[in-house]
Design a protein around this ligand. Structure first.
Ligand code: BGC
Length: 781
């Protein structure tokens, strides 16, 4: 049943085939039997029985999670600790043999035989790499995202990973921040839908169900708001913005049943998130009723000392545990690591941490292990890994996901789609440093896949056109970078920068291929490690000599398609006025090159939409659509109140994206023009495909509350639906606006309010939609 929505957008025979194959995936690769879900009472009994047998040291052991880097650690470095019950969880292991080996030590050789919990960052795929999360958010297709994370979960669980450190659901409004690539962009409504979809995908009906894993929402909370877009930097977020913008995706994940949460690295309003009782106790537990466990980010407990918050490691352990961090994640080689392991027992002895406080944390970890079925079924079946990983349906889904994530930004003169067999196009020049890069097509956090199996844009185009078209390729320029990446340790360093003569020769080769071809596909953007963790940048300009290449190629008078491979919006104003056709492909994953070729040649029609506002330049950052209205609104003629020297509008608005067909919106109406506080109204709009091809449109609904106890954003997304329409087909899309959508956290009231007011409503294809109506909310009786 899970896969039925996926089949909804594939027609006829293909739909049946895919449905059948997906049903097979659901069965294949999963342990054959699924345990019936245990009652909470029986679970509690088992947890308490175990807890009562544990020494303080064993309890502390359950709160200790260590990285294990296969490349430079040896089993002997952790096995004694596992045997003595001093390690409760390991992360970064992906070898099933090693996982079983360590698990055996825990369940056969430790005193209480408590299984280990294995975690890993399954962010956008495991063996099969799917589009990066920012790209998946561009699909505006939560059902697809759920399926993708379901497949990612099955591949990870196949090797014995029980727990993913995902979804990353930090709202990000500053594209200089590298981790913008890991989330769903700037908007709390879209972000919440993507958060819930990912939790459902990873965990399935319950994390113990076959082929699923425990999800971990991160980074709680406010990490995306770091000053200057610098990674790990302090965030200052007023309460209203916290509740209305940054927290909703986390609340949505909790409502979707997420099993764990990760505390963030940075200071939030001067209190580090990992020692922040307001976040971890008041909001997470008291306000939201979260029942799972909290893990710290790596070394974040010890780093409470670095932040100038805790006096020493022991104080850090005290502060984190009492604030609500249950499990400490440590990089064992770091001197600030292992704060819990080295201090908690003594803190309990001294009475600074009570036994009840310790037990509370341990109970949550044990409960998660029981719920995951680890006590009954601790090992992984090594013989089944290959069949699960080599399932061709995973790649097929990766291709569909990539197609649906791409955003057509410009198509002046309808150069796209190119037509296979078009006699006017007998040669194509594929140019650019990312055009044939297997590594970069995948995106950050791709560690376990077979990089050689990734399909580049060049390969995708070659496969698409066959031998009938001459395809020539030159990188043209070298991207280069100033600093090494912290992930070089996992993925290996980049080759040395080109020498001067090599640079000249490559540039000339690219220009000459472009000059002699009928169409140029120019593939520019960023290396995969240029976004992601510790990958913030001071500007969003195209790195290296790429702008020069773009200028030269666009000056040749050839038809040029710019394909962007990147994890953040980039400064492309020059391209936006000089290159007729721009496709945002993001880092589209293992099947990315094939998906790009599918879109370029019209075997798939683009339907993705931007999950963020695209700045004209770095100077506009931060820029987002849901800002408050100034006293000189942009709608007022002759005023540009926000900047004097550059337009204050973005290059492309939030929600924007083109298709190969056209759509019109009409007949916007509300079922109830007047409603009482607490009641709901339906909003309906007709969407018609007015072009000559079938295609997808994302119907988007925005509202604005005209007055109230606090100023409200000029527009806020409150509904969306991606639909497929045949040429000439018209459909009515329905949205509901009720208490949930009309309530906000008021800075004046210091609480949640739904207020009597007039509301504007817009429906359309992006955040600048003009079709509008109003409704009024009046006070409750
Ligand atoms: C990141 C987390 C990640 C963890 C484990 C940290 O540096 O901030 O997002 O889950 O490492 O890999």
């Amino acid at each position: 049943m899970l896969f039925v929505p996926f089949c909804g957008y594939i027609s006829g025979e293909m739909r049946k085939k895919v449905a059948a194959c997906l049903a097979v995936i659901a069965l294949l690769g999963q342990p054959v039997t699924s345990r019936p879900r245990e009652s909470q009472q029986s679970l509690d009994r088992r947890v308490e029985a175990l807890l009562s047998q544990m020494t303080v040291e064993e309890k502390v052991g359950q709160l200790n999670q260590l990285f294990y880097f296969t490349k430079f650690m040896k089993p002997e470095m952790v096995e004694p600790g596992i045997r003595e019950g001093k390690i409760g969880s390991l992360l970064f292991l992906t070898d099933p043999v090693l996982i079983n080996r360590f698990q055996k030590v825990a369940v056969e050789n430790s005193r209480l035989k408590i299984p280990l919990l294995f975690g890993f960052d399954v962010i956008h795929g495991f063996r099969t790499i799917f589009p990066v999360p920012l790209a998946m958010a561009s699909s505006w297709d939560p059902a697809l995202v759920e399926q993708v994370q379901g497949v990612a979960a099955s591949e990870a669980r196949a090797v014995g990973v029980h727990w993913t450190f995902a979804p990353m659901i930090d709202i990000a409004r500053d594209p200089r921040w590298g981790r913008i690539v890991e989330g769903a962009g700037e908007d709390p409504f879209l972000g919440s839908r993507m958060a819930a979809a990912q939790v459902r995908g990873f965990q399935g009906p319950d994390p113990a169900s076959p082929g699923h894993v425990l999800a971990c929402m991160k980074h709680f909370a406010g990490y995306g708001a770091g000053s200057g877009g610098r990674d790990y930097d302090s965030a200052y977020i007023p309460d209203a913005e916290l509740y209305n913008v940054y927290l909703p995706p986390f609340k949505a994940a909790v409502d979707a049943g997420v099993g764990s949460a990760m505390s963030a690295y940075m200071d939030l309003n001067d209190v580090p998130a990992t020692g922040n009782a307001f976040l971890l106790r008041d909001v997470l537990r008291r306000q939201w009723g979260f029942k799972g466990f909290v893990v710290s980010d790596a070394n974040a407990v010890g780093n409470l000392v670095t932040h100038g918050f805790a006096e020493d490691k022991s104080d850090a352990a005290y502060r984190a545990l009492t604030a609500g961090v249950d499990l400490e994640m440590s990089i064992p080689t770091d001197p600030i690591a292992n704060a819990y392991a080295t201090s908690l027992a003594k803190l309990v002895q001294e009475g600074r941490v009570t036994k009840a406080q310790l037990d509370e944390a341990v109970r949550r970890i044990l409960e998660a292990k029981f719920k995951l079925g680890l006590f009954d079924n601790p090992y992984v079946d090594e013989s089944r890994v290959a069949s699960i990983h080599n399932n061709p349906e995973h790649r097929r889904l990766a291709r569909v996901a990539a197609q649906r994530s791409m955003v057509l930004l410009r198509n002046e003169g309808n150069l796209l789609p190119l037509v296979k067999g078009d006699s006017k196009i007998s040669s194509v020049a594929v140019i650019g440093p990312l055009a044939d890069s297997k590594r970069d097509i995948r995106g950050s956090w791709s560690f376990v896949d077979d990089v050689n199996s990734a399909v580049t844009v060049l390969e995708g185009i070659r496969a698409k056109v066959g031998t009938s078209v001459k395809v020539e390729y030159a990188a043209g320029v070298d991207i280069g970078r100033v600093y090494p990446s912290m992930f070089d340790i996992m993925t290996g360093p980049r080759p040395k920068p080109w020498s001067e003569p090599q640079q000249r020769a490559e540039f000339e080769k690219a220009v000459s291929f472009a000059r002699s071809s009928d169409v140029v596909i120019l593939v520019l953007g960023e290396h995969e490690e240029m976004s992601g963790e510790a990958a913030s940048k001071s500007t969003i300009e195209l790195p290296g000599q790429q702008l020069e290449l773009l200028k030269t190629i666009s000056g040749l008078g050839k038809p040029v398609v710019l394909v962007l491979i990147n994890g953040r919006p980039l400064e492309i104003s020059r391209a936006a006025s000089n290159i007729s056709t721009i496709l945002e492909a993001w880092h589209p994953g293992t099947e990315g090159g094939n998906a790009v070729a599918d879109i370029l040649y019209g075997d798939a029609t683009p339907g993705g939409k931007l999950p963020l506002t695209w700045p004209r330049s770095s100077a506009q950052i931060p820029i987002y659509y849901a800002h408050n209205i100034t006293q000189e609104p942009e709608t007022k003629k002759g005023f540009t109140s926000r900047y004097w020297d550059i337009p204050s509008s973005p290059l492309y608005p939030f929600g924007y994206g083109l298709s190969y067909t056209t759509f019109s919106f009409s007949n916007l109406r509300v079922s109830k023009p007047e409603l009482r506080v607490g009641e709901s109204t339906e909003v309906l709009v007709d969407v018609e495909n007015t072009g000559r091809r079938a295609g997808d449109e994302v119907a988007q609904l925005y509202i604005h509350q005209r007055y109230g106890s606090a100023s409200r954003p000029v527009r806020e997304l409150k509904g969306f639906e991606r639909i497929t329409l045949a040429p000439g087909q018209k459909r009515t899309v329905r949205f509901t606006l009720g208490k949930a959508e009309l309530t906000y956290w008021s800075a004046a009231v210091k609480g949640w309010v739904q207020e009597p007011a007039v509301f504007d409503v817009w429906a359309g294809a992006d955040a600048t939609a003009s079709l509008t109506t109003t409704f009024r909310v009046v006070g409750a009786k």
